[in-house]
Design a protein. Structure first.
Length: 88
């Protein structure tokens, strides 16, 4: 997963080459000592925010869906529910 993040960052730098002739691209490449670290910090911050949102909202929904569609887990849940009913 970390290799994918590094690869994505490198793809972004290659993508920035297309903007080399624009005003932003000219400024970006003329001020490499400022823009590269700022770009890296911005990338890491956005990655952390996206990771947090994924962990908080997306992953629990996916796990719930996977659990509810898995017949083995549903059979185990039914058995546990039946045992719980018998004990009451």
């Amino acid at each position: 997963m970390y290799i994918g993040s590094i690869q994505f960052l490198l793809v972004l730098f290659v993508f920035m080459e297309a903007y080399n002739d624009t005003k932003f691209g000219t400024w970006f490449y003329e001020h490499k000592l400022i823009s590269y670290p700022a770009f890296l910090i911005l990338f890491l911050a956005v990655s952390i925010v996206v990771g947090y949102l994924d962990k908080k909202y997306v992953r629990p929904g996916e796990l719930g869906e996977i659990s509810s569609t898995n017949p083995i887990l549903m059979e185990m849940k039914k058995t546990i529910d039946d045992l719980h009913e018998k004990s009451n």
